[in-house]
Design a binder for this molecule. Structure first.
Ligand SMILES: Nc1ncnc2c1ncn2[C@@H]1O[C@H](COP(=O)(O)OP(=O)(O)OP(=O)(O)O)[C@@H](O)[C@H]1O
Length: 256
């Protein structure tokens, strides 16, 4: 589903690689946590999967496609398979909940009939069916994140990328968001989530990939946030050998 072969990324004007010789494979239906200190390379990994950035070396395959061979013109089509959620929600502040979710579908040319079925479905999935006509500033942070998740799943993506989706939320609200992501995963969507939330990672006991200084230092199934004394390292693949259609951040008033 997602394969990195010896992928490195050095941003222009920087000396130290943001990712350094990363090889891994993520299978269809997995739920994967990406953990590691600030600046370790988690967002870079997600941006490479989205083809928002190009690797400086190595090859990336997503859903059977070699990203190096997808032309810029075809990138929007490729991204239709991916749903993305960010820490700061990134909703359009002047559009209603319904229109925020519908916008994704309008951009890709879906019919009005399709939109009027798919959007209420997605809002029901995230538990916001009564709030379609609200504006983002009329919602709590947790509700805003649910809108962002509805927008990410409305086109039924194969993969969901979540970059610290609970980073702005209190623990109880975060638990609700995690229950939602688990349900989306149980319905077949592969979920990859970058997080600093040790409590969530420890509780869910999913695959954990830990990155330090751009290298994978741990790839553990059923792992916690911190390395255990005797980690059960993932069998087979994963361990490195050596080791937006979305608007800019909007000030929609989410809690900090
Ligand atoms: N556009 C960019 N240009 C130059 N350097 C960048 C760029 N984006 C990220 N970096 C650098 O690449 C490294 C990895 O950053 P990245 O954002 O991937 O880390 P992260 O693990 O997601 O951090 P955080 O947990 O704070 O979000 C950092 O040293 C960062 O400064």
């Amino acid at each position: 589903m997602i394969r990195f072969d010896e992928v490195s990324k050095v941003y222009r004007g920087t000396a130290r690689p943001a990712l350094n010789g990363v090889s891994l494979e993520i299978l269809s239906g997995e739920f994967v946590f990406l953990v590691g200190a600030s600046g370790s390379g988690k967002s870079t990994f997600l941006r490479l999967v989205l083809k928002e950035e190009k690797p400086s070396a190595g090859a990336i395959h997503v859903l059977g496609q070699d990203l190096g061979r997808i032309s810029s013109r075809k990138v929007p089509y490729f991204r239709r398979n991916l749903g993305v959620v960010f820490q700061d929600f990134r909703l359009l502040p002047n559009k209603t909940v319904f229109d925020n979710v519908a916008f994704t579908l309008q951009v890709i040319g879906k019919s009005k009939g399709f939109i009027h079925e798919a959007v209420p479905d997605a809002l029901q999935t995230v538990g916001l069916d009564g709030k379609a006509q609200r504006f983002p500033h009329e919602l709590s942070g947790g509700e805003q994140q649910r809108v962002a998740i509805a927008r990410a799943v409305v086109n039924k993506p194969a993969i969901m990328l979540a970059d610290e989706p609970t980073g702005n939320l209190d623990p109880e609200t975060s638990a609700g968001i995690m229950a939602l992501l688990e349900r989306i995963n149980a319905n077949g969507t592969t979920v990859i989530m970058a997080t600093h939330d040790a409590g969530i990672v420890d509780r869910l006991q999913r695959r954990v990939i830990e990155v330090i200084g751009g290298r994978i230092v741990r790839d553990e199934r059923g792992g916690g946030y911190k390395t255990q004394a005797n980690p059960v390292v993932s069998q087979g693949f994963g361990m490195a050998p050596s080791a937006s259609p979305y608007p800019a951040p909007a000030s929609t008033g989410g809690p900090s």
